[in-house]
Design a protein around this ligand. Structure first.
Ligand code: NDP
Ligand code: 8X3
Length: 252
């Protein structure tokens, strides 16, 4: 049976790579993000491989999230797989110097946004007693690193929500799991450092980071297991990384 997947944060990085991987497998796609031109560009690319539609919303806007998902065309209304991926870090500051706007952004997007999207999609999964939710967490949801404070808190919240969803949705036969990457080279650090490309590039220098496609391959593996198999919680790091703070860098 052909599946339909909704991917948040499909305009860049991990979400885009997941969409591209799923398209190769013929999974129908609902691509979500705020940058409309990128959504349309990706739609044109992937429509050659599978059925694609797009939804443009900011995950922080609960009304827009609900309206967008409720307004999906009939052929995309049955969502089998939800990839809760949209999110970013904003800033890297010691707690006493953190920006309130950065804190709001991380908690509103990474935590509340994930909840708003899930809330809109869950009723259909509950009714059908079928569905698969994959939450993109992070190693930052498993440990806390210096200056990571609120970003780590947001990803610890994703870890807790992942566990809570699995407990509560067990009675409906819905699969819930998290994929928690370490350092992946995407636009993540560019966003964290507010467009400072030089600083962002520095994060991934001296070692081989994960690529978005590495995570996409894993996510496809997770969704393509037989239905009785649920990969509940998976952590993946570059070989050079042992923890959030221990990374084997050349010349270091
Ligand atoms: P990118 O910056 O490349 O992608 C982030 C995506 O999230 C974009 O598509 C962006 O789309 C979307 N997004 C951000 N804010 C919003 C918003 N308010 N509303 C809707 N969509 C939004 O980063 P990554 O691909 O690396 O990040 C994806 C996920 O992976 C995040 O949850 C991140 O925390 C997690 N992660 C990343 C790691 C890394 O090292 N890169 C490691 C571990 C986890 P748009 O701007 O168009 O809305
Ligand atoms: C992204 C990984 O270590 O930059 O979640 O926080 S890290």
């Amino acid at each position: 049976m052909t599946k339909t997947a909704l991917v948040t944060g499909a305009t860049s990085g991990i979400g885009k790579a997941i969409a591209q991987r799923f398209a190769k497998e013929g999974i129908h796609l609902i691509l979500c993000g705020r940058r409309e031109s990128r959504l349309q560009e990706l739609k044109s690319e992937l429509a050659l491989l599978t059925k694609v539609t797009t939804l443009n919303f900011d995950v922080r806007d609960r009304t827009l999230v609900q309206e967008a998902i409720m307004g999906l065309p009939a052929e995309f209304k049955t969502i089998d797989v939800l990839i809760n991926n949209a999110g970013n870090a904003h800033g890297l500051d010691p707690i006493e110097a953190g920006s309130l706007d950065d804190w709001d952004a991380m908690l509103d997007i990474n935590v509340k946004g994930l909840l708003y999207v899930s809330k809109a999609i869950l009723p259909g999964m509950v009714e059908r007693e079928q569905g698969h939710i994959i939450n993109i967490g992070s190693t930052a949801g498993k440990e806390v690193y210096p200056k990571g404070n609120v970003y780590c808190a947001s990803k610890h919240a994703v870890d807790a929500i992942n566990k809570g969803m699995r407990l509560d949705l067990n009675q409906y036969g819905i699969r819930v799991g998290a994929v928690n990457p370490g350092l992946v080279e995407t636009e993540f650090s560019k966003v964290r450092f507010k467009g400072d490309e030089h600083r962002a590039e520095g994060v991934y220098q001296g070692f081989e980071p994960l690529k978005a496609v590495d995570i996409a391959d894993i996510v496809y593996f997770v969704v393509s297991r037989p239905y009785h198999v649920n990969i509940a919680d998976l952590v993946v790091m570059p070989t050079a990384q042992a923890s959030s703070t221990i990374v084997r860098k050349k010349g270091a």
